[in-house]
Design a protein around this ligand. Structure first.
Ligand SMILES: Cc1cc2nc3c(=O)[nH]c(=O)nc-3n(C[C@H](O)[C@H](O)[C@H](O)COP(=O)(O)OP(=O)(O)OC[C@H]3O[C@@H](n4cnc5c(N)ncnc54)[C@H](O)[C@@H]3O)c2cc1C
Length: 626
């Protein structure tokens, strides 16, 4: 996070090192290796038990009784038992009552009196990361599925930093699906959306394409408040979990066993959870992203980079105040410097402008959020370049930013595309961590929200089932996110993102002008790109996608269409079948996130041959004996 700014970058967390190697407290003084040995012993006890949570949870289910986390030390129940935790301590845990509002839990520093008392707790689901994805999933699991949930994030008490814009129709569809009162969580709304694609293909630079579709800014603090549940415990800390291999994490920060997982918290504390959700954002260290076995390597991620800020504008705003300006791809503001203009033509950026209404000081000024954005590039365009282009554009357009009024400075960094989460992982990734960002637009919020009820449903029903198996539950949750059909749709959009990276500004103007002249359900569905969002049915089958592609080809300049055809060939040579598979029935479907129960020992190999051998050996023994 840059001072005074929001930087949507999830940095690796270096600060969460466990600081105290020695565990003091009453009769217990365990070094880390000793605690680790006890933990192993405890897990052995745990896995020998029959019921899914037997011996682990000292409270009843249903989200009420995890208060023992508050300001105290967490130990797996079985570890506390193994270590001889006092009866008094365990009774204290049982007596804790649910709180009426979210519990903010601060990690007790080592050495704090009482902080070292061994305590026991377990939740159904530990959600790591309290951005929109983690917060919504935690809410649904707790409120709609009655699960006990712990939401872990050092920043849980802070406002979400990113400025979210959404299509109103998608938001309405989400409200119809989730019934959360989401319509109260929108800030400014615009009935129409403006785009400037002029300056090429004989389109005058001033030509504005007005799209008759409403856009809105999410009021992120209202949304965050809406998704707070008194049944979700909040633990304000960062976890230092880094996947080294599939289901193997550095330094025992996370361990899986047959019944669930043990997370190492700071200060040598632990949390048991039946399931772990990784909602730590696009650059998660917890979830591995690798193609499934047999799948070709995916293209590397591209990056959306944008520099934005909110400010007061005195006088002309240039952009219509009653419209959202989604794209201004003009470059004539840089014509005074041919080198600079050439750079902007080669590595294009556009202005994204949200007029937010009159200033509250009665001066007649307007509040506007401006953001100069590189849609997708690899490597990303520099923030400095975006900032310089932004101010040059505003100056050229005669827009006067009132000095000293710049607030909400945003350094937007969104990885787009790249491989999906590797199959077989026990931790369920969600949101940015599950690579749910649209690979050719950078939109993610509505996609994640559209997926949330299915993912919560998959986890909720797995956790409620008598034969709960964490790996099967994880596979079910991943299937709810990345079904083969949804992967095929994404493969098409990944190509879209790769192709957009190859276009110069003239190509992008021609492309988007044709795109927005398609029937609205077609282009809107592409931008949504997620089942249950409006228009997505126009992209859910190979036939729908090829139909969309052909219609787009007929609307873009032939030179761009030719490059598209060349791009398809080049992409297929480089990255193999996924694109062709997404637009034909020829090559099957992408692989499923499936889970198969381990083969029982007696069924390994050729059981018939082994049984025969055993019978013959027994017969031989009998013959000798007689
Ligand atoms: C500046 C910006 C603007 C965007 N605008 C839009 C938009 O307009 N529309 C849209 O649809 N999408 C937008 N996106 C894309 C996407 O919707 C966002 O990135 C979104 O915030 C992703 O949500 P998330 O909950 O998955 O992850 P994040 O919002 O990144 O939240 C991750 C959380 O995990 C926490 N965390 C990370 N590591 C750990 C750890 N080890 N332990 C505990 N906690 C941890 C972080 O503190 C953070 O709170 C934008 C992205 C950015 C960066």
């Amino acid at each position: 996070m840059l001072s005074g700014s929001s930087l949507g970058v999830v940095a690796p967390l270096a600060s969460a090192k466990r600081s105290s190697p020695v565990w003091h407290g009453g009769s217990l003084a365990l070094s880390r290796p000793a605690a680790s040995a006890l933990l192993k012993r405890a897990e052995a006890i745990t896995s020998s038990r029959s019921g899914p949570s037997e011996g682990l949870s000292l409270r009843t289910n249903g989200g009420g009784g995890v208060g023992g986390i508050a300001g105290r030390v967490l130990w797996p129940a079985s570890l506390a038992v193994a270590a001889g935790a006092s009866r008094r301590c365990r009774r204290w845990m049982c007596r804790r009552q649910p709180r009426a509002r979210p519990t903010v839990v601060h990690a007790a520093p080592p050495g704090t009196p009482g902080a070292d008392a061994p305590q026991v707790d377990e939740v159904d689901v530990a959600v790591v990361g309290a951005g929109p994805a983690g917060t919504l999933l935690a809410y649904l699991l707790a409120e709609k599925h009655g699960k006990s949930v712990c939401l872990i994030d050092r920043n849980a008490g802070k406002p979400w930093p990113n400025n979210y814009g959404v299509w109103q129709e998608e938001w309405d569809a989400l409200e119809a699906k989730l019934q959360l009162g989401l319509l109260d969580c929108l800030g400014t709304q615009w009935k129409v959306t403006d785009c400037y694609f002029g300056g090429s293909w004989e389109m005058p630079a001033e030509e504005c394409l007005r799209v008759d579709r409403a856009y809105a800014r999410v009021d992120r603090s209202k949304l965050k408040n809406k998704l707070q549940s008194p049944r979700v415990r909040i633990l304000e800390e960062s976890l230092n979990i880094e996947a080294l291999a599939t289901n193997v994490y550095a330094g025992d920060s996370l361990r899986h066993d047959a019944k669930g997982s043990t997370l190492a918290l700071s200060g040598d504390r632990y949390l048991r959870a039946k399931m772990v959700v990784d909602a730590t954002g696009s650059e998660s260290r917890i979830t591995r992203r690798l193609p499934a076995a047999g799948e070709p390597p995916a293209p590397k991620p591209g990056f959306q980079i944008a520099y934005g800020f909110e400010c007061l504008v005195d006088g002309s705003t240039h952009y219509a105040l009653d419209a959202m300006t989604l794209f201004d791809y003009r470059t004539d503001h840089l014509s005074f410097d041919p080198e600079w203009e050439a750079r902007a033509e080669r590595d294009p950026t556009f202005m994204y402008a949200m007029p937010l209404g009159p200033a509250s000081d009665g001066s007649g000024a307007q509040r506007i959020f401006f953001e100069e954005t590189s849609l997708v590039a690899r490597p990303g365009v520099s923030f400095e370049e975006c900032k310089k282009r932004c101010f040059a554009r505003l100056k050229h357009l005669g827009v006067d930013v009132r000095p000293g009024t710049v607030t909400e400075e945003e350094f937007c960094y969104i990885p787009m595309g790249g491989p999906l989460p590797e199959p077989g992982q026990r931790v369920v990734a969600f949101g940015g961590a599950a690579v749910m960002v649209h690979p050719s637009t950078g939109y993610q919020l509505c996609r994640m929200m559209a997926a949330a009820s299915e993912v919560a449903g998959a986890l909720g029903s797995a956790l409620g089932s008598a034969d709960f198996t964490p790996d099967a539950a994880a596979a079910a949750a991943y299937t709810a996110i990345w079904s083969p059909s949804n992967q095929a749709q994404r493969d098409f959009a990944v190509f879209g993102g790769e192709f957009l990276m190859t276009l110069d500004v003239a190509g992008l103007r021609g492309w988007f002008d044709g795109f927005f002249r398609l029937p609205e359900p077609l282009w809107a569905g592409f931008l949504a790109g997620w089942p249950s969002l409006p228009g997505n049915d126009n992209h859910e089958s190979w036939l729908a996608r090829i139909t969309f592609g052909v219609q787009l080809l007929t609307r873009i300049p032939w030179q761009v269409a030719l490059r598209l055809v060349g791009g398809i060939a080049q992409y297929t040579i480089t990255y193999g079948i996924p694109l062709v598979r997404s637009v034909t029935p020829l090559l099957g479907e992408p692989p499923e996130y499936s889970w198969a129960a381990p083969v029982p020992a007696e069924e390994v190999g050729d059981p018939v041959a082994k049984r025969e051998a055993r019978a013959m050996m027994a017969a031989g023994r009998d013959a000798k004996a007689s």
